[in-house]
Design a protein around this ligand. Structure first.
Ligand SMILES: Nc1ncnc2c1ncn2[C@@H]1O[C@H](COP(=O)(O)OP(=O)(O)OP(=O)(O)O)[C@@H](O)[C@H]1O
Ligand SMILES: [Mg+2]
Length: 257
């Protein structure tokens, strides 16, 4: 196994009834790089993320994390091993304060913390402190610690997106899967997000699903292009840009520059 490969998907297929959402998809993402996954709506990008973080079990194919076969493992186990993701949209609980929304991303939460508190069992005091401190540190890193006690709907969308990212970072991942982190952001916020992605990529591997091509071309070192569940092209941003199959796949689909 190539030690440079952190997260590897090999010949993965996923069917939903008669629909083939992923058709023998392979992809290798290395730590320290940003790997882009692009493709028209419905191409299978989110489904691929769902496989990579254990939400969806593939019908065939394998998933490997730093040389270890991990397909079929539950999402909590993969989080503990170091795979974290953001959800397309926000995925925040609107009636839960920002800090608790972020605490939910901490790895040990299946056993302790907010979820136990929700069912009335309550975390231990030291565990609660540890979770709060980790969540505050993640919020602080993204410059949004001042919103810890607010409810998500009280905040501008760009701040909510940062909270969602803080939730993914709180588990201290080795790999971060970002599903359309730039959707709904202004040009300025998107520029800031690009800086942040590049900064984070010096510490961890990133797989980025995005429709905003400027951002993708700026931050990714490698890109896989999906169309109808298949990888139709892969390579550097320049190679992918020059590939006529990619232009063809996007014809008729809205590409936000
Ligand atoms: N749970 C599911 N049950 C049935 N079909 C599904 C399910 N999840 C996704 N699909 C279908 O699988 C295909 C791929 O969907 P997916 O959400 O992975 O696409 P995507 O590339 O993320 O699209 P978008 O850019 O719009 O987010 C689509 O045809 C979608 O309708
Ligand atoms: Mg999607």
């Amino acid at each position: 196994m190539d030690s440079k490969v952190g997260l590897s998907v090999d010949q993965v297929s996923v069917r939903f009834g008669g629909l083939v959402a992923l058709d023998r998809v392979s992809l290798e993402a290395a730590p320290g790089e940003v790997h882009g996954v692009i493709g028209p709506n419905g191409a299978g990008k989110t489904t691929l993320f769902n496989v990579m973080c254990g939400f969806v079990k593939p019908d065939s194919g394998t998933l490997t994390f730093f040389g270890q076969k991990v397909h079929g493992l539950r999402p909590e186990k993969l989080t503990r091993m170091g795979v974290a993701r953001t959800l397309q949209g926000l995925g925040l609980f609107p009636r839960m304060p920002v800090l608790e929304n972020v605490m939910i991303g901490a790895d040990s939460l299946a056993k302790v913390g907010v979820l136990r508190a929700l069912i009335g069992a309550g975390p231990t005091v030291s565990e609660e402190h540890r979770l709060r401190a980790a969540a505050m540190a993640a919020l602080d890193r993204l410059g949004v610690a001042g919103y810890a006690s607010k409810l998500p709907p009280q905040l501008p969308y760009a701040i909510q997106k940062k909270v969602a990212l803080a939730r993914a970072l709180v588990s201290n991942p080795r790999f971060l899967l970002l599903d359309e982190p730039a959707s709904g952001l202004s040009e300025e916020d998107m520029g800031e997000l690009g800086d942040l992605i590049l900064e984070l990529s010096s510490e961890l591997g990133i797989v980025l699903v995005e429709h905003h091509m400027d951002l993708v071309m700026r931050v990714c070192s490698n890109i896989s292009v999906l169309d109808f569940g298949r990888v139709i092209a892969e390579g550097t941003p320049a190679e992918v840009k020059a590939n006529p199959l990619v232009t063809e796949a996007y014809l008729g689909d809205e590409v936000q520059a």
